[in-house]
Design a protein around this ligand. Structure first.
Ligand code: DAH
Length: 368
């Protein structure tokens, strides 16, 4: 390459002639005009305005000219480079604008198109029914109370008048939490929430408590080791079995339409007197018999629903309530069973298999 002190070499500096420079400019402008995209224009910029472009090389040759010729050549090259740069900038703006406009059209989102949503889940029928059951009571001004699934032995048994040697303790196939003797278990019933409510809430008490319960039970079409109960408890002044009966009838009708309930004497340690509550069969309405069989109630006209009774004064006392002043009633029933009644779902194992088709097709609402 020529340095400023080299001798003037007419051949070497021919690149600085006006025709040569005009030729470079013409080539450059043609290439700029032909560039159809900003990417192509980038290449044009490299070739015609970059360090190795003819105009840049010509610029370097200026130093080889005799001092008197440098000014004019410098002006010519400078002007030529200016024209090329300006053309590139203008074209760049044009191309960028049209590319952006094209992108706006190509990437336009039609907000009115139907969206391909991910498949939606479904509420489990037990969850839906628990919500619906609670609504029945909340509508009467009751509160929903919850308690822990891993429960203390005292709440699950002792407070409910099931002392350490009570025979009914053994009937519930309790799942104990290790180490043995820790006094902790998986609650076998929602009844311990009664004790928790009596100990922590102000009187009068009107609560329902839905939730999971656990028993070392079979796993078959009619048994699950984990199932759901709904517990109800009222503690107030002047409460009697008649109030219980009225509430159960109202609840049964909210769940099953125009049916009645009946009570059969039974024994529960936490209620006295106690009863089992049966629903009038909501399919045959109690009209089945040997000549008119009903599968739902096995032609008995009644279906076992839950347990209930007047709260045993010993339970009130264990929870610090004056049983001379207050009385109450309680009841408890299986939610999973109630889903079966409401929907005809035949097999409890379907309840825990986790197949969304079961949840979708087992609709508890709307068949009253
Ligand atoms: N806890 C009982 C059970 O699991 C059901 C029950 C019966 C609840 C009578 C009650 C009641 O509140 O009063 O079998």
């Amino acid at each position: 390459m020529s340095g400023p002190n080299d001798n003037f070499d007419p051949k070497q500096v021919a690149a600085l002639s006006a025709e040569a420079i005009d030729g470079f400019v013409a080539d450059a402008l043609a290439a700029v005009g032909a560039a159809a995209t900003t990417a192509e224009l980038k290449q044009v910029r490299l070739l015609h305005a970059g360090d190795k472009s003819p105009l840049a090389l010509a610029n370097r040759e200026i130093g080889a000219l005799p001092p008197a010729a440098r000014k004019e050549a410098g002006a010519r090259v400078g002007k030529a480079r200016g024209r090329v740069t300006e053309a590139i900038v203008t074209r760049q703006d044009e191309l960028a604008a049209s590319e952006q406009a094209a992108a706006l059209i190509a990437e336009r989102v039609d907000m009115t198109l139907p969206v391909d949503l991910h498949p939606q889940g479904a509420l489990h029928p037990v969850t839906s029914l628990i919500d619906e059951m609670c609504d029945v009571f909340v509508a009467m001004g009751w509160e929903v109370a919850e308690g822990p699934e891993a429960e203390g032995e005292w709440y699950n048994f002792d407070a409910l008048n099931l002392g350490p040697d009570h025979p009914a303790r053994g009937e519930q196939d309790t799942l104990w939490i290790e180490p043995m003797g820790s006094g902790k278990l998986l609650r076998t019933q929602t009844s311990p929430v009664q004790a928790r409510a009596m100990l922590t809430r102000d009187l009068p008490l009107y609560i329902v408590s839905p939730g999971k319960v656990f028993r070392a039970d079979e796993y078959d079409a009619t048994h699950l080791p984990v199932f759901h109960q709904l517990e109800g408890l009222v503690v107030d002044k002047g409460i009697s079995m008649a109030d219980l009966r009225g509430v159960l009838d109202h609840f049964a009708q909210a769940m099953f339409g125009d049916v009645t309930t009946r009570m059969r004497p039974h024994y529960f340690p936490f209620t006295e007197p106690s009863a089992e509550v049966d629903l009038q069969c909501f399919v045959c309405r109690g009209e089945s018999g040997p000549d008119k069989p009903c599968r739902t109630c096995r032609s008995e006209g009644w279906i076992e629903w839950g347990g209930c009774g007047v709260v045993n004064p010993r339970v009130l006392q264990a929870c610090g309530i004056d049983s001379e002043v207050y009385s109450g009633f309680a009841f408890g029933m299986g939610v999973d069973r109630t889903v079966m009644f409401r929907t005809g779902a035949p097999d409890l194992r379907d309840f825990v298999e986790g197949d969304i088709r079961f949840s979708r097709s087992t609709v508890v609402g709307g068949n009253r």
